[in-house]
Ligand binder design. Structure first.
Ligand SMILES: O=P(O)(O)OC[C@H]1O[C@H](O)[C@H](O)[C@@H](O)[C@@H]1O
Length: 340
């Protein structure tokens, strides 16, 4: 007799034959992680609704990879010069990992190399201090390669655990260790570059960043202070909020859904939407897709992290999606932020 219980962790082939890991939780939620970039490309709630944005122009159809239709789409794209995602390029959407450099704030390529590398499954990860009963998780690892030593001359071990919690929450924990044998410390910046899927950007509010200082990427990283109201969107935004609260809420009024982002070890938060002009300039992003995404990125940017040999840093992001409660058309941010 076949068991009806879903396999919590499945290793299989995804887009372009690339290896992926599917996490499933008994109530029906799921997540997908590619070994390319340790990139989370899908996070679905127990109704099967996708909660992350992945660009249709990324050329990335995670669920149709084996079908004739998907093959035809891929061929058509190739023939029309479509900007399909192909390693070593990063996937446009989901949760790319920016390491060891956020943005262009250093000598490396934009956002560092971790999002473009092939990670391995970590068969024997060091234990976490707290044990949990979660079954749906995977441990991935990235280590120094000869190629990366040329641009970043340090030895490191980057362990990422991706966990799907029993309620469908998605947890990412990074542990980065300096394994240099030359006695030298290293310094890095970091971000979980999360693309949330939203119904309509003009209906979205972000709570938790009011009155916080930020560096505006659109104004030479000049420092400003955010006003007292929730953040809404009517033009391009690219801001690095500094030393933010650990909990940020993204309220999607139309979907009646609120994402709650909790973070630990990551003081900053980047908020990005390219809006129409920049969207048009991006080859792997649809002209109108800016309306349906918002990046809110748990990050360590302003104060780079320095590790001495043998030292380990930990940075964690936890995402949940909850139905928004609202009365007389007004969302109640207090309730969301208090977690009630
Ligand atoms: O195009 P990418 O390299 O993936 O970067 C996409 C975006 O990432 C971050 O949010 C930065 O703050 C933006 O300045 C950048 O445009």
């Amino acid at each position: 007799m076949m068991s009806s219980e879903k396999i919590p962790v499945e290793f299989c082939k995804g887009f372009n034959g690339l290896e992926k890991v599917v996490l499933r939780e008994v109530r029906g939620s799921s997540a997908e992680v590619y070994l390319h970039g340790a990139h989370v490309t899908s996070w679905k709630n127990d109704h099967g609704e996708e909660l992350l944005f992945v660009s249709s122009k990324a050329g990335f159809e995670p669920t149709k990879t084996n079908s004739l239709l998907a093959a035809t789409i891929r061929l058509t794209r190739q023939l029309s010069g479509h900007a399909a995602f192909k390693p070593p390029k990063a996937i446009r959407g989901g949760i790319p990992i920016c390491f060891p450099q956020f943005s262009n704030m250093g000598s490396l390529d934009q956002h560092g190399f971790a999002r473009n590398r092939l990670w391995s499954v970590d068969e024997d990860p060091p234990p976490f201090p707290t044990t949990s009963s979660n079954k749906a998780f995977v441990d991935l690892i990235l280590k120094t390669s000869d190629e990366d030593l040329k641009c970043w001359p340090h030895s490191y071990e980057f362990r990422l655990r991706v966990t799907l919690g029993p309620g469908g929450d998605l947890m990412l924990t990074s542990r980065i260790r300096n394994t240099n044998t030359d006695g030298k410390p290293f310094t890095f910046t970091f971000a979980y570059h999360t693309y949330f899927s939203v119904s309509d950007i003009s209906e979205v509010r972000v709570e938790g960043l009011e009155t916080i200082d930020y560096l505006d990427n659109l104004q030479d990283r000049e420092r400003f202070t955010e006003q007292g109201d929730a953040i809404t969107f009517e033009s391009e935004v690219d801001k690095i909020y500094l030393s933010t609260p650990t909990k940020i809420a993204i309220l999607d009024h139309e979907k009646k859904r609120t994402f709650v982002l909790r973070k630990d070890g990551l003081p900053d938060a980047v908020v990005w939407n390219p809006w129409d002009k920049k969207a048009k300039a991006m080859v792997d992003f649809g002209d109108d897709e800016y309306k349906h995404m918002l990046c809110v990125e748990a990050a360590a940017v302003e104060k780079p992290i320095t590790l001495k040999p043998g030292e380990e840093w930990r940075g964690r992001q936890e995402l949940s999606a909850v139905p928004s409660s609202y009365c007389s058309g007004q969302l109640d941010p207090q309730r969301v932020l208090q977690g009630s």
